[in-house]
Ligand binder design. Structure first.
Ligand code: TA6
Length: 296
């Protein structure tokens, strides 16, 4: 989106656009109650900090900022498939929209001191080659005491389509070894580091090694704790899967855009519809998934 087209969405003293690393455009929000940065590349929120609180989101120091690569950290957006491509493993994982250039469609400064940025993204000839449906997505980000994310998928085709979606949120934690995720006790999960076996969670999720799990039937609030202190909560609507991920030392350091022993500094707790909870969307309909992140 050309800079001159973006200027009409700027809000004096509250929201402006600037170029970040790699020349990628980002929205910089300094609302009364919180600040944020959002790249149009992938609609990736890379920073959120409520007033008088520490930054909530982890962003890798070695992230790439290149048009073909997702940003490592913050909240990459995943659609229309989660994990490997449904039929062709040679196509990259986690869909197409996390590396697309999104358009700004609206901005607003709200009476309660929060600021709204609305982004949109449509299928292109390139996306149709790897996923044969037209789509339209509107993503509304509200920055205040909390970070509120509304992800709306529309089906403009004449046939239904089936999709997966995720807000792949990386949370800052002081030490993954002392981190716990509460809110999933008693639920079933697919253990991706143990051949996809289905297991049951007992107590909070703790991290002693690589952890990559898809919790199914989990609409409830999750809270992240470290050193017995609450860090943040994640509540959601119309999301039935929760993914919890930390790559551990070996895999973390093997990822060039995460290397340098950064792996103990984050946990992903992701708002998802995938695997058991794929969404079938009829022509002309829309599906909305919402996530609200509340720093402690
Ligand atoms: O959400 C967890 C996960 O699917 C893991 O399996 C891991 O691969 C991670 O996402 C990161 O994927 P990425 O493609 O961003 O390297």
């Amino acid at each position: 989106m050309a800079t001159r087209d973006l200027e009409r969405f700027a809000i004096a003293d509250v929201l402006h656009f600037e170029q970040g690393p790699g020349g990628l455009t980002k929205a910089v929000i300094t609302a009364q109650r919180g600040s944020a940065e959002i790249y149009l590349h992938g609609a990736t929120v890379t920073h959120f900090q409520a007033k008088n609180k520490p930054p909530t989101l982890f962003l890798s120091k070695t992230s790439l900022y290149q048009p073909a690569k997702p940003i490592r950290g913050g909240i990459p957006v995943i659609f229309p498939w989660f994990g490997p491509h449904p039929t062709d493993k040679s196509i990259g994982q986690h869909g197409v929209v996390r590396t697309m250039e999104w358009e700004v469609s609206d901005t607003a400064s709200n009476d309660n001191g929060s600021v709204m940025l609305e982004l949109e993204c449509r299928s292109t000839p390139e996306t149709l080659k790897v996923w044969p449906y037209e789509f339209y997505i509107r993503y509304t980000i509200v920055v205040g005491d909390t970070l509120d994310l509304l992800f709306e998928v529309h089906n403009p085709n004449t046939a239904p389509f089936v999709f997966e979606e995720a807000l792949h949120t990386y949370f800052n934690v002081p030490d993954i070894g002392k981190t716990e995720v509460h809110g999933l006790a008693g639920t079933e999960f697919i253990d991706k580091v143990d051949g996809g076996k289905r297991k049951h969670q007992q107590g909070p999720v703790v991290f002693t090694t690589e952890t990559d799990r898809v919790y199914v039937n989990t609409p409830a609030v999750c809270t992240i704790h470290c050193n017995d202190q609450k860090i943040a909560s994640v509540s959601k609507q119309n999301s039935l899967a929760t993914v919890v991920w930390n790559p551990g030392r070996e895999k973390g350091n093997a990822l060039a855009d995460l290397s340098g022993d950064q792996w103990p500094k984050f946990v992903c707790v992701e708002t998802v519809n995938a695997i058991d909870h794929k969404i079938t969307l009829n022509p002309g309909n829309q599906h909305s998934m919402r996530c609200t992140i509340v720093p402690a």
